[in-house]
Design a protein around this ligand. Structure first.
Ligand SMILES: Nc1ncnc2c1ncn2[C@@H]1O[C@H](COP(=O)(O)OP(=O)(O)O)[C@@H](O)[C@H]1O
Ligand SMILES: [Mg+2]
Length: 216
């Protein structure tokens, strides 16, 4: 899926977060975004996903102006075509691992146990489908979040510091899964990361600052 940002600006009340953010991501492209803590990286991903409103500028996904969509329209687009790996996982505590991963498919009325199992296998959690989230380590939870973001083969994958809580070896494995699944599905991948190792896998690395976004 192509992504186009033009002159995007975001404020919280009087406090500007970022301004003048313009960016094109081609279908299948892998772009990493770095930037200091608090500069608005998570906010930017939330805007791209239509989870948060912005103050100026335009966001288009495959040419469709998402600012013009209703909240329901945005939710539907997200459900069908976007995968989001949240910084704080947002794994649902009362569902087991397999149920968490299956959730995007259930929301699309397209349950597929074989696909869920394949995703669990892909992230190295093949035998843990019945476990509850509280019985998992941080690295395992992160991989549940990644399997869930990928299970419905999204055309756009947004990942917010997906290796932030992981040791280098696990981080490497998680990045392998993210990058290979994105490639397999022809998905565009926008990765927010502080990790040089993770950013090195991207086709391009950009840095977000309060005044815009530019090549690293
Ligand atoms: N809901 C909110 N209300 C007010 N300020 C917020 C809110 N969410 C984030 N912020 C502020 O916006 C700025 C950018 O936050 P964030 O996008 O989380 O940055 P990053 O992900 O780059 O660390 C920070 O200064 C943060 O305190
Ligand atoms: Mg953040």
């Amino acid at each position: 899926m192509s992504l186009q940002l033009r002159g995007l600006a975001k404020r919280y009340g009087d406090a500007p977060v970022f301004a003048n953010v313009s960016l094109d991501v081609a279908p299948g492209e892998f772009v990493a975004i770095a930037g200091e803590s608090g500069v608005g990286k998570s906010t930017l991903l939330n805007c791209i996903a239509g989870l948060e409103d912005w103050d100026e500028g335009r966001i288009a996904l495959d040419g469709e102006d998402i600012g013009a969509l209703s909240p329901d329209g945005r939710a539907l687009l997200r459900r069908k075509r976007v995968g989001f790996v949240f910084q704080a996982f947002h794994v649902l505590p009362h569902l087991n691992v397999a149920q968490n991963v299956a959730l995007p498919l259930l929301l699309l009325n397209a349950p597929d146990d074989a696909r869920v199992q394949a995703m669990l296998d892909a992230v190295g959690l093949g035998g843990l489908g019945e476990r509850l989230p509280q019985q998992l380590s941080g690295g395992q939870l992160q991989r549940v979040a990644i399997a869930r973001a990928l299970v419905h083969r999204p055309a756009l994958l947004l990942a917010d510091e997906p290796t932030g809580n992981l040791d280098p070896a696990t981080a490497g494995k998680v990045m392998d899964v993210l990058a290979s699944q994105a490639r397999e599905n022809g998905a565009s991948l926008v990765l927010v990361t502080h990790s040089e190792a993770a950013a090195a896998r991207a086709g391009r690395v950009l840095v977000l600052t309060p005044s815009g976004i530019a090549p690293a």
